[in-house]
Design a protein around this ligand. Structure first.
Ligand code: BG6
Length: 491
């Protein structure tokens, strides 16, 4: 394995090699993240970035592409001409036809023979096998090499297993970084500290003291220019299989024995394996699929999904999912986990809501009946943690009202917060695997999700329409109301 100094910075020069260097993800996320890492001196000295693409571009043409398509995504406050030029100086461009083994020789000639090579595969997953095979043939995979795999890793369990097996022929598990950018978000990492760095939550973090958990990732964006990918994918594969299940794991896992990557990933795996499989009857009752129809967001009219460019007229792809999951273990027996995500919803809001059990008995007659404390962990757009509690309304006898105990992380810490991709790219360079998915985790997540996809097919399920700018179909509220519960914004 690569030698590292104690700070985790590798002692070898780093070549960051990005397949799909001319693609959307590189332009919008990876290159701006690398710029920020460079600006804040978090890339080791002598790092080089080699963009790989199929277009017959010169280096200058690639830099022009970055100028036009990537620079606009860099935080303007952090952008100055001199730093940007220094960043561009790190780049090379190599044209490779992914299917042509001979082309990889050009990469072998450009990258440094004794360096640490990080291969970032920001391409469609069906190319991963070919790329890894051809890298190996070209002699580019050695014990120092690392490979970063972008999601979606497959479209079902079998395809995920096939990708894992073929990448695993050339890279050991400890060299493979399966990225889920939600694990790079500050608040998601902070959730571990909230749970395991504060003793007060420990005893309460289980049934029967927790009544239910809600996890919402609501987006206002629509499908944009990604219909080709999205229509084959849908929200369950795009968001639930990875981001939402990872959030669920962090909420539900047992304390790991340490923060070592495998200690953390072992605990997450146990949660995934404890998810109660859904029967077709469960799927009919406990899942809701939706598709947005025309509406308005922030006062602006927006199209329906079926009117978006390149969406087939009869598409049944879901742009919204809500479901009720259960974890079959001692800690969580009978605690429903409500997961929900969708595009073109009323506002961008990602949050985890922990509903604590109701007061066993109220001695204060004027107090609300059935009151339970609620912990709201907001991930986006702002980071905050609020605990809703009852307090006495001043001067009102014993009249009680809910108030918030508010942890404003933006105010408490003024340090710059790195974006998820920046943090995760630095983790890759420093060899830190904790916030990346292990093979068995990924496969366990697919094993739980796949029967839901099959169940929808069997039920000939059509997504329900919801008006863009709402919080999804009415059936999503009904899913909670059935149990006398409500989504946070409806409570
Ligand atoms: C991606 C999905 O993984 O996550 C997109 O493919 C989605 O469809 C995006 O829009 C959401 O990420 P974030 O960080 O904006 O919440």
């Amino acid at each position: 394995m690569t030698t590292q100094n104690p700070s985790g910075t590798p002692d070898l020069p780093v070549d960051m090699i990005i397949f799909g260097g001319g693609g959307d993800l590189s332009a919008r996320k990876l290159l701006p993240a690398l710029y920020m890492a460079h600006l804040h001196c978090n890339l080791p000295p002598e790092t080089r970035i080699i963009a790989i693409g199929r277009r017959d571009w010169t280096r200058e043409q690639y830099l022009a592409f970055m100028e036009e398509h990537s620079r606009p995504f860099v935080d303007s406050k952090a952008l100055d001409a001199q730093s940007w030029d220094k960043f561009l100086a790190l780049f090379d461009y190599v044209r490779i036809d992914i299917d042509a083994p001979a082309d990889y020789q050009r990469l072998a000639e450009t990258s440094r023979p004794n360096g640490l090579r990080v291969f970032y595969l920001a391409t469609a997953p069906d190319l991963f096998t070919t790329i890894c095979d051809n890298l190996a043939v070209a002699g580019l995979v050695d014990a120092h090499a690392r490979v970063v795999l972008e999601k979606p890793l497959g479209h079902d369990l079998a395809s995920a297993q096939a990708i894992n097996a073929s990448v695993g022929r050339h890279f050991k598990e400890a060299q493979i970084y399966r990225i889920d950018h939600y694990l790079g978000k500050e608040t998601v990492q902070n959730l571990m500290v909230l749970r395991f760095g504060n003793a007060i939550f420990g005893p309460l973090w289980q049934a029967p003291y927790i009544k239910s958990v809600q996890i919402t990732v609501a987006e206002t964006v629509g499908v944009g220019s990604r219909a080709g990918f999205y229509d084959q994918t849908g929200a369950l594969r795009d968001m639930v299989q990875n981001h939402l299940l990872q959030l669920l794991c962090i909420v539900a896992m047992e304390p790991p024995v340490s923060l070592d990557p495998d200690a953390v990933r072992d605990e997450k795996l146990k949660v995934l394996r404890s998810l109660r499989p859904m029967s077709v009857a469960d799927i009919a009752r406990d899942t809701v699929r939706g598709q947005y129809a025309a509406g308005a967001i922030g006062g602006e009219p927006v199209k329906g999904y079926l009117e978006e460019a390149n969406v087939p007229a009869e598409s049944r792809a879901e742009t919204f999912v809500a479901l009720r999951a259960h974890i079959n273990n001692w800690r969580w027996a009978n605690v429903p986990f409500f997961l929900r995500t969708g595009k073109r919803l009323q506002k961008r809001q990602s949050e985890i809501v922990i509903d604590f059990a109701d007061l066993p008995f109220s001695i204060i007659p004027s107090g609300p009946r059935n009151y339970g404390n609620r912990l709201i962990i907001q991930l986006q757009p702002e980071e905050s943690i609020q605990l809703q509690m009852l307090a006495k309304e001043p001067g009102s006898g014993m009249h009680m009202l809910p108030v918030n105990l508010n942890l404003d992380l933006q105010q408490a810490f003024t340090e710059r917060r790195a974006e998820a991709y920046e943090r995760l790219l630095i983790d890759v360079i420093r060899g830190r695997l904790t916030h990346f998915m292990r093979r068995d985790e990924l496969e366990a997540a697919w094993a739980w999700v796949e029967p839901i996809l099959a169940g929808w097919k069997e039920l000939n399920d059509r997504p329900r329409n919801y008006t863009a700018g709402t919080f999804g179909p009415a059936a999503s509220s009904a899913l909670m109301a059935r149990e006398s519960m409500a989504w946070a914004e409806e409570a």
